[in-house]
Design a protein around this ligand. Sequence first.
Ligand code: PHE
Length: 345
Amino acid sequence: MDPVQELEQLLSEAVPSVEQARSPDELERLRVKFVGRKSRLADIMKSIPQLAPEERAEVGRRANHLKRSIESQLAARREALSSAAKAGPLIDVSLPGRAFPRGRLHPVTHTIDAILSIFVPMGFEIVEGPEVEYEYYNFDALNIPHDHPSRESFDTFFVDLPSPEPKKGRLLLRSHTSPVQIRVMERRKPPLRLVVPGKVYRPDPLDPSHSFMFHQVEGLMVDDRTSFADLKGVIEHFLKALFGAKTKTRFRPHYFPFTEPSAEVDIACTSCGGRGCSTCGKKGWLEIMGCGMVHPNVFRAVGYDPQRVQGFAFGMGVERIAMLKHGITDIRLFFENDLRFLEQF
Ligand code: PHE
């Protein structure tokens, strides 16, 4: 090969090799290879005296130039490697650590936990039931007659599938957690003390206080002589534990088909303390739950003898309680999953 060309080629090989060298040892190997005494460059230089006179000057100049540029590149690279070594490893230990986003419980879950953890020490066990329910458990067995307004399809989501057990009626999305009372009593004998958390569904139009899905906690206690006084004691203890020892409560007569007598329970307004404000609609009281003594027809439906057992039941809306506890004014916030809301709990 023509020595001028060969020198060009050596340069184009040497430059990237030196540039990528990672250690002084590697640089030394490259030095020996490209400019050492036994290198190709050394051979070319030795052969210069034998070249034609018109070539000598040109090849000599180029060979020297090649040698100097490789040597200075080696020196520069050696310098760069040693100052990197002095600077230490490429980790800045003073940088703050990487923050891992932390998950948290949903405020509805928090509230359910808070409610259940008041009943569990009183001997109530936690039970769950299906969200897709038969008409029989949601209505019939709970003494809700066929002509009761809440039977109308606009009050319940019916499931458009053939019922696996036609004797239990059509399938629907349960509109309350009370059907779980029936499912448990059907299988078990008193004494019973249950709390039942879960989702319920009602075709209400969305607004700040309505959602077509929300959560309830149901309660049931059945024994041979469980009285309305027991109901009052349990509920008052519960509301004081949840809202504070000074919480005032009142029981207002009400109607539920599955309890008799029935009551709604109010607490003194959590924002105005009873003086009247926009939260309580100037009434001073907030409706917090429904309750009553289990209706004899409900006991008959599960094969209990209403002459020999007595019990009470109650049901409350979880979102409503969470809203009152935290001063939340729109139920939809619970379901939009905006992190700016969820991260506050
Ligand atoms: N199931 C009723 C409701 O959804 C609440 C309730 C439960 C009332 C148990 C009395 C007894 O409104």
